[in-house]
Design a binder for this molecule. Structure first.
Ligand code: HEM
Length: 511
């Protein structure tokens, strides 16, 4: 029998089996789909969309819901169980990324591995980062993190723009880790980094731009009424290019001149195989480096901003932390990473920061690359999967009174970390093969900053013109974004001891 008939003999029944399977299983529940537009107008587009989707899940009494619009299928996973069953246990088919016209094509971010499908280039780029920051060697960057944190301690009391100071702290250590560019020189990259990451976070939010649902809109000329997204994309792409090229070229030139400080980029450039395509390898390194740079800046800033607001709004937490630090550190001592096991309450504060206001409430969207069946539901290939980190970390069974900022929930009756309370880091950094490769760096950076700030200062509300404390509002950015971050706020840093002041070699009092 000719080969073609044999193949047809297998394929035709398979086609009918698959079609029957599709018809047997229904899609997960969700808002009723209208003709043509389906759920186009049900999709939350504003800020805090994790709250809207959580409410939708409650309405349909399901921890997995489905929406679709104009050919896009979206599945929201609203529990640790569903996320674990799919993104972890079936990671091989749930670890790709959806393509995005706005972010990937018009703004050019599609080449970096954060947003790439899980192809060979994704693997190659991810390897560059995981090799430079191996989870088995968390100490590798401790000295860079401590030095950036001590700089932060010196500037905080003088700062008129706290979020900007935190951004400077994050950019200093991440530029050092990624490119080996240090101190004041790293600050030169700050404006581009802030603009590029902010625009990426806005454009990366599913549903934020209609062009992602109606790709043909990408051909609309910029001057056309309503085409402001095209103008935005052009400006935002310029920031991406600048962020990708500038620091990379400096590192490359320094390596050639023998003056480079070891960094993720320099280590990877040294490993280039000159018998193979060098231009391709350089492109991989450049895009991997910018991914680490992007992944590590705004996220850690948001965590520290959330920490300061939590301290303003929960002074009793601060007092407890001060007592713990006093018991462990001698006069004038600044904390180091070796103190961590003796400071469980500080670690509990870091866990509560990650839990209370998760920085990436929906991780970054995953893509399902194959039809799947789960709990009697049909999950179509090509669906965008949105795992709700916010819902997982606000689940009342794991975290009673989830709206309360309460680090003690992580401690047992002896004040030790309670292994029975789930560490929020198991969800806050994403899932499966896409889990954040910067997790250890992020945890260490946040921990040392929290411990050091609390050692040096009491964080107090700003005073009004009559000298009365202004009640902190604790406001968060309310537009569409991948990164949940606080809005700028004011506070005062009251130095706690002259000894610490001497250790830092500066006056901590506001000039
Ligand atoms: C508190 C700080 C941070 C948080 C909360 C965070 C969270 C996340 C989350 C939720 C994801 C997506 C995982 C998924 O899709 O399931 C992610 C991916 C990523 N993060 Fe982080 N991150 C942080 C810090 C960092 C740092 C410091 C770096 C760099 C050194 C970094 C680099 C990356 C990269 C490159 C990816 C993309 C991974 C991939 O798609 O394969 N992140 N992060």
């Amino acid at each position: 029998m000719p080969k073609i008939y044999i193949i047809a003999l297998f394929l035709i029944p398979l086609f009918y089996v698959l079609r029957a399977r599709r018809n047997t299983y229904r899609l997960p529940p969700g808002p009723r789909k209208l003709p043509i537009v389906e759920n186009l107008f049900d999709m939350p587009r504003g800020g805090y969309m994790w709250l809207d989707y959580a409410a939708m899940c409650r309405r349909y009494k399901s921890d997995i819901i489905h929406l679709s619009a104009l050919g896009n299928s979206i599945i929201v996973l609203n529990s640790a169980r569903a996320v674990n069953d799919l993104l972890e246990k079936r990671s091989s088919i749930y670890s790709s990324r959806p393509s995005s016209v706005m972010l990937g094509e018009l703004m050019g971010w599609g080449s970096t591995f954060i947003f790439r499908p899980n192809d060979d280039a994704w693997k190659a780029q991810r390897k560059i980062v995981t090799q430079a920051i191996p989870p088995t060697d968390p100490k590798r960057f401790h000295s860079k993190q401590i030095s950036a944190t001590h700089d932060l301690l010196r500037v905080l009391p003088q700062s008129d723009d706290i979020m900007k100071s935190l951004q400077t702290w994050a950019v200093i250590f991440i530029t050092d880790i990624t490119y080996g560019i240090q101190g004041d020189e790293a600050k030169l990259y700050l404006p581009t980094a802030i603009g590029a990451v902010e625009s990426m976070a806005i454009a990366g939010t599913p549903g934020a731009f209609y062009v992602d649902q109606i790709p043909i809109l990408k051909y609309v000329p910029e001057w056309f009424p309503g085409a402001s997204f095209k103008r935005k994309a052009r400006e935002w792409n310029k920031l991406r290019i600048k962020m990708t090229e500038d620091a990379y070229l400096v590192t490359k030139a320094r390596l050639a001149a023998g003056t480079a400080t070891p960094s993720l980029t320099s280590l990877a450039l040294e490993e280039i195989n000159h018998t193979q395509d060098v231009a391709y390898q350089e492109e991989v390194i450049k895009t991997a480096s910018v991914a680490a740079y992007v992944g590590g800046s705004d996220t850690t800033v948001a965590a520290l901003g959330a920490f300061l607001i939590a301290m303003l709004m929960n002074p009793e937490v601060q007092t407890k932390a001060h007592h713990e630090l006093e018991k462990v550190l001698g006069p004038g001592d600044l904390p180091s990473f070796s103190d961590e096991p003796m400071l469980p309450y500080i670690t509990a504060i870091v866990r509560e920061i990650l839990r209370h206001n998760p920085i990436t409430p929906f991780a970054f969207p995953h893509l399902l690359i194959q039809d799947d069946i789960y709990e009697g539901y049909f999950l179509p290939k090509g669906s965008i999967i949105m795992p709700s980190i916010w819902s997982i970390l606000h689940n009342v069974e794991d975290y009673p009174e989830p709206e309360r900022f309460n680090p003690s929930r992580f401690l047992d009756s002896h004040g030790k970390l309670n292994p029975n309370i789930k560490d929020p880091a198991t969800a806050a950094f994403g899932f499966g093969r896409r889990v954040c490769p910067g997790k250890q760096i992020a945890l260490a950076s946040i921990w040392i900053a929290v411990a050091s700030i609390l050692t040096c200062y009491t964080i107090e509300p700003e005073l009004d013109e009559n000298g009365k404390p202004i009640k902190p509002k604790g406001e968060w950015y309310s537009g569409p974004t991948l990164f949940n971050h606080p809005l700028p706020f004011k506070c005062r840093f009251i130095p706690r001891s002259k000894d610490v002041q001497a250790s830092l070699g500066v006056s901590l009092v506001k000039a």
